[in-house]
Design a protein around this ligand. Structure first.
Ligand code: GCV
Length: 614
């Protein structure tokens, strides 16, 4: 039986564990080089230039390689070199530096040890209401993150509940030890905080403009930075899904964020404020309120009002990590605000790390849609857990690895990233590697077909978010409606409808506003269409819905056959095959439930005469 000690995921190439004494990235770099090149003729010489920070440059010498870089740059450089050797690629030439400054992992871990939207077991560092972690394993994790190029990790859930406030109070010493364990890999900690925390200490308000509140946070920040001088900052979810926030006191989110940011400023900390605000108590009868408009409405008017160490973290789409969403209009609307892009590795709506869903193709689309130069940081909701393989599904590792690569260089070809992950992880024979890469690269499209194609969101089982439930969210309070009836489905979000498209700049709006220009994959996100609407290829909408669901299921059958043909090591093979069985069952359920739902409503027959249940 393998355990995490067997160098899982993409670390298989690295021989020895990193000893606890290595306290800085440059020290780890030397250890990695010595152990990797130990038996090889090449030697590696390091040239540290502090001003280079995370950047590095590799050059070939007569006897080996020279790596020039800043403290963390040296580590990234040695990993890049080993990476090139292991994937049989030329090593990167010239000076390399990451595209995004903060490359953050947001862990939604609760101090009880469970993880909100976690699909890989319990937390790696919390259990029973306190910090509890295995030092060797955390170092191995740090190595994994360092290799992927991730440089910040927020340890606790953005929904700060229960004992979590203690992290920046009584448990600070233990948190500092965790920071110490990850520091040698270039990973700085962050903590999610509850803006109403002063009220636990006899202060009767959390009004961000109240002097007592301001002083409390100032003192807390001082204490925190005394314990963890390189903490990257705090993360805040406010006025969202019942979390407290400045609205209670009639204050804006700029006033709330700036108050905290000023407490962190003297220590160089960032205040990451999540732009995930919407009415989660909407009346479904209310057709004037349209949830995707919410973030823009809250934040666009505040552009220019945030302090320079506030980072506004925006989910990539205007809803919530649905299978297909357009880019959030907030990204275009805030040129005078530091923005971070938020994506989700945890497969909340994309198969719970049971179904395959490789994300790099999605991120490349997002990266290309983002207005140039507007976004300086990226964050991903973590898919890690305490399972032996860290990810539940061994292939879900490709998403963490891929996120790191995307954050370093968003233009990297998604298939290249998947191939590199596959090669580092499995070293399969060429045709099998090709098959694995094809399987992963196509997995998003397949998932979309059997679940919710054409931009049709929220047909998922409420709360659990796995499996179909076409009307599960229809009469609920979360603003998640498709309003399917006998004739049509979808929401008209054009200027003539809810006006959502008006939040985009004219050239983007033009693309979505008319049916002719709107891409098929987002047609039902932006438009309400009759079932007899003719798509560009001549098929009716209802036929396209049926076809996608039937094809999606068949494509999962093909994926299962391809998977069976791969000589993966155990236990990965058994885990992947067992999960593929569950994916097949899930795909069949989605196919039949969604097809029957639309068939019952529309009465339309499938032109190809396939079985649709009554
Ligand atoms: C952490 C969605 C998820 C919640 C999550 C929230 C968020 O609503 O279902 O579990 O809460 O997003 O991003 O804050």
């Amino acid at each position: 039986m393998s355990t995490w000690k067997d160098r899982l995921a993409w670390l298989r190439a690295l021989p020895l564990p990193i000893p606890a004494e290595a306290d800085m990235p440059s020290a780890v770099a030397e250890i990695e080089a010595a152990s990797y090149f130990g038996g090889k003729p090449e030697s590696v010489i390091f040239q540290k230039e502090a001003s280079l920070g995370e950047a590095y440059e590799i050059t070939k010498t007569a006897s080996g390689y020279t790596i020039r870089g800043g403290e963390t740059g040296l580590l990234y450089g040695v990993y890049a070199l080993i990476f090139a050797m292991e994937t049989h690629e030329p090593f990167p030439r010239g000076l390399h530096k990451p595209c995004y400054a903060l490359r953050m992992l947001n862990c939604w871990d609760n101090m009880s040890g469970d993880i909100e939207r976690g699909y890989a077991g319990r937390s790696l560092w919390f259990e029973g209401g306190r910090l509890s972690w295995e030092a060797d394993r955390i170092r191995e994790l740090g190595r994994m993150l360092g290799w992927a190029g991730i440089n910040a990790l927020c340890v606790n859930n953005v929904n700060v509940r229960g004992e979590a406030h203690r992290l920046i109070e009584e448990d600070l010493g233990e948190l500092a030890r965790l920071a110490e364990a990850l520091r040698p890999f270039g990973v700085r900690l962050m903590a999610s905080i509850d803006i109403s925390q002063p009220m636990l200490h006899g202060i009767p308000t959390a009004d961000p403009l109240d002097g007592r509140v301001i002083d409390w946070w100032r003192e807390r920040a001082e204490a925190v930075y005394r314990a963890i001088p390189d903490l990257a900052g705090f993360v805040v979810k406010a006025d969202s899904e019942h979390r407290p926030g400045p609205f209670t006191y009639g204050r804006t989110h700029a006033e709330g964020a700036n108050m905290l940011a000023r407490a962190l400023k003297p220590f160089g900390g960032a205040l990451v404020w999540r732009a995930f605000v919407y009415n989660c108590q909407q009346d479904w009868r209310d057709t004037a309120t349209d949830r995707p408009k919410a973030a823009y409405e809250t934040y666009a008017p505040l552009d220019g009002q945030f302090d320079d160490n506030v980072i506004l973290q925006v989910k990539y789409g205007p809803f919530d990590f649905q299978v297909r969403e357009p880019l959030s209009p907030t990204f275009y609307a805030m040129p005078r605000t530091q923005l971070a892009l938020e994506v989700q590795l945890a497969q909340e709506y994309t198969g719970h790390q049971i179904d395959l869903y490789a994300m790099n193709p999605l991120w490349r689309e997002i990266g290309r849609a983002l207005p140039e130069g507007r976004v300086r940081h990226v964050a991903a909701v973590s898919n890690l857990g305490r399972d032996e393989n860290y990810f539940g599904h061994p292939f879900a590792a490709a998403n963490l690895f891929g996120f790191g690569k995307f954050a370093w260089d968003p233009e990297t070809d998604p298939e290249d990233t998947l191939r590199r992950w596959a090669r580092l992880t499995y070293r399969l024979p060429g045709p099998q590697e090709d098959a694995l890469v094809r399987l992963l690269a196509g997995s998003r499209g397949v998932y979309e077909k059997y679940t919710a194609p054409l931009g049709l969101c929220w047909m998922v089982q409420p709360h659990v978010h796995y499996g179909p439930s076409p009307e599960g969210y229809e009469y609920d309070a979360w603003g998640t409606y498709h309003r399917a009836d006998r004739y049509a489905v979808g929401i008209d979000r054009t200027a003539a409808g809810t006006g959502y498209t008006l939040q985009y700049p004219p050239e983007v709006r033009a693309r979505y506003e008319t049916l002719e220009s709107c891409p098929d994959e987002l047609k039902l996100f932006f438009h309400r269409l009759r079932y007899d609407y003719r798509m560009a290829d001549g098929r009716t909408l209802i036929q396209r819905i049926y076809d996608d669901h039937f094809e999606g299921y068949e494509e999962v059958e093909d994926m299962a056959a391809a998977l069976r043909g791969l000589d993966l090591p155990e236990p990965d093979r058994s885990v992947a095959l067992e999960r593929m069985d569950r994916q097949l069952r899930n795909a069949r359920e989605w196919r039949d439930v969604v097809n029957t739902f639309f068939h019952r409503l529309s009465g339309a027959a499938d032109e190809k005469g396939r079985k649709i249940y009554d």
